[in-house]
Write a protein that binds this ligand. Structure first.
Ligand code: GTP
Ligand code: MG
Length: 370
C-alpha cells in the first residue's frame, strides 16, 4: 500500500511521534500515531523535518520502508569496515588471526577459508575496527551485485614470496569497481624468498602505485608469523578511516547487510549481519530479503550473547523464518504484518521474474526449433 504508519514514519526519522502528529495537524490532518498517511504526505513531513527522502524502490509495498537520510547532528562516528582480500593462501586469515590473537587458520579444513568471518578489533590506541575475512571473492561479488556495499577499506594481502597472482588482480578490480580505498599488506616478509619490490612493481602493472613507488596507496610490509608490521598496518587503516570520516546514526531503526547465512541444525536459520545504520536490538521485528523475523538472540564475534548491535558491528541474528542470502538488506519494521507483507511481496516478485525468464527461454527454444 502507498501508506505508512505515523509512528513508523517518526521512528524512521528518529523524531518524536508527538512532534510528527503535531506537524500533521498543522497541515490540517487529524491523525493518531496508529493511523497511516499516504506516501506523498509522508514525503512532505519528512522534508518538513529537514530530512531527505529516497524511495528504496518503485513498488508500492516497499514505500513502507523509506530510506530517510539522517540529519548531520544525529550522525556519530562509526568504526570502519575493512575487507581482507587477496590470492588464496597469501595469508589473509593469518594476518587477522595475528591481529586478533586468535587461531582461526588452525581450525580450518585444509587451511582454506570456507565462509566469511566477521570480527571487531580494538587497537592499542582504542580505535575499533570491523574486519571481514573473505574466502575468495564470490561472496563479495554477490554482495556488491546486490547493491550491498559493506566495506569501507580493502586490505589487499600479497605474499612477498609469490607476488601478484590472478586473485590479487581480481581483488584490485573489485576494489576499483566498488570505489573503495585500498591498503597493500605485503605479507610473509619472514620468508627468505620474500621480494617486496617484485610485489610493488607487479602492482604498478595493474595501476596500483604504492607510496614506496611515490604513489598514494599505503603499503606495509608485514609477517603474520613474526608480527612484523602489524601495528603499522593497523595505523595505516586507522589513518585511512580518519580520512573517510565515517558516520552513522545509532538512534534509529537498524539497517544492515547479510554477510552470510545458513540453516543451522540446532538453531534454525542464522544470518551474520553487519549493522550499517541504527541499532539492532533483541526483540526487533525485521524484513531481510524475502525473509522476515523477530530477533530472538544476537551473538557477537566472540560468541557472546548481546542485547544490541550498533553501526559497523557484525552480529549473528537468530529468529528468522527462513534463510536469507548474502547481500540481502535487513530493515527493522514497526510491525510483523509489515515485515511479512514486504517479504511476501518480494518472494512473489522474484517468482514472477523467474517465471518470466523461464517463459522467455522456452519461447526462444521454440523459435530455434521452428
Ligand atoms: P585462503 O583463506 O584459503 O584464501 O588463505 P589465506 O589467505 O587466509 O591464507 P592463510 O592465512 O590460511 O595462510 C596460508 C598459509 O600461509 C598458512 O600455512 C600460513 O601458516 C602461511 N602464512 C601466512 N602468513 C604467513 C607469514 O607471514 N609467514 C609465513 N612464513 N607463512 C605465513
Ligand atoms: Mg583464509
Amino acid at each position: 500500500p502507498e501508506a505508512i504508519l505515523v509512528s513508523e514514519l517518526a521512528n524512521r526519522m528518529a523524531e518524536r511521534v508527538s512532534d510528527v502528529v503535531k506537524s500533521l495537524m498543522q497541515m490540517g490532518m487529524m491523525v493518531t500515531q496508529n493511523q497511516t498517511i499516504d506516501a506523498d504526505t509522508a514525503e512532505l513531513i519528512i522534508e518538513e523535518f529537514g530530512h531527505k527522502v529516497t524511495r528504496v524502490s518503485d513498488s508500492d509495498v516497499e514505500d513502507v520502508i523509506k530510506e530517510v537520510e539522517d540529519k548531520d547532528e544525529d550522525l556519530q562516528p562509526r568504526p570502519p569496515v575493512i575487507t581482507i582480500m587477496g590470492h588464496v593462501d597469501h595469508g589473509k586469515t593469518s594476518i587477522l588471526d595475528a591481529i586478533r590473537n586468535a587461531r582461526v587458520v588452525a581450525g580450518e579444513a585444509g587451511g582454506i577459508t570456507q565462509h566469511i568471518g566477521a570480527y571487531q578489533v580494538k587497537t592499542e590506541s582504542g580505535t575499533v575496527l570491523s574486519f571481514l575475512d573473505t574466502p575468495g571473492h564470490a561472496a563479495f561479488t554477490s554482495m556488491r551485485s546486490r547493491g550491498a556495499q559493506v566495506t569501507d577499506i580493502v586490505v589487499l594481502v600479497v605474499a612477498a614470496d609469490d607476488a601478484v597472482m590472478p586473485q590479487t588482480v581480481e581483488a584490485i578490480n573489485h576494489a576499483k569497481a566498488a570505489n573503495v580505498p585500498m591498503i597493500v599488506a605485503i605479507n610473509k616478509m619472514d620468508k627468505p624468498a620474500a621480494d617486496p619490490m617484485k610485489v610493488r612493481t607487479d602492482l604498478l602493472q595493474h595501476e596500483v602505485i604504492v607510496e614506496a613507488m611515490s604513489g598514494e596507496v599505503q603499503d606495509v610490509e608485514v609477517s603474520a608469523h613474526t608480527g612484523q608490521g602489524l601495528e603499522e598496518l593497523l595505523e595505516a587503516i586507522a589513518l585511512q578511516a580518519e580520512i573517510l570520516e565515517l558516520k552513522a546514526n545509532p538512534d534509529r531503526a537498524a539497517q544492515g547487510a547479510v554477510i552470510e547465512a545458513q540453516l543451522d541444525v540446532g538453531r534454525g536459520p542464522v544470518a551474520t549481519v553487519l549493522v550499517q545504520n541504527g541499532t539492532l536490538r533483541q526483540g526487533d521485528i525485521f524484513v531481510v530479503g524475502e525473509q522476515y523475523g523477530k530477533v530472538r538472540a544476537l551473538i557477537n564475534d566472540k560468541g557472546e550473547r548481546v542485547k544490541e548491535a550498533g553501526p559497523s558491528v557484525p552480529v549473528e541474528v537468530l529468529g528468522l523464518n527462513g534463510t536469507p542470502e548474502a547481500g540481502d538488506v535487513l530493515n527493522v519494521t514497526e510491525t510483523e504484518a509489515q515485515a511479512r507483507e514486504i517479504a511476501e511481496y518480494r518472494e512473489q516478485a522474484a517468482k514472477d521474474k523467474r517465471a518470466a525468464a523461464g517463459a522467455a527461454t522456452t519461447l526462444e527454444q521454440l523459435m530455434q526449433k521452428a
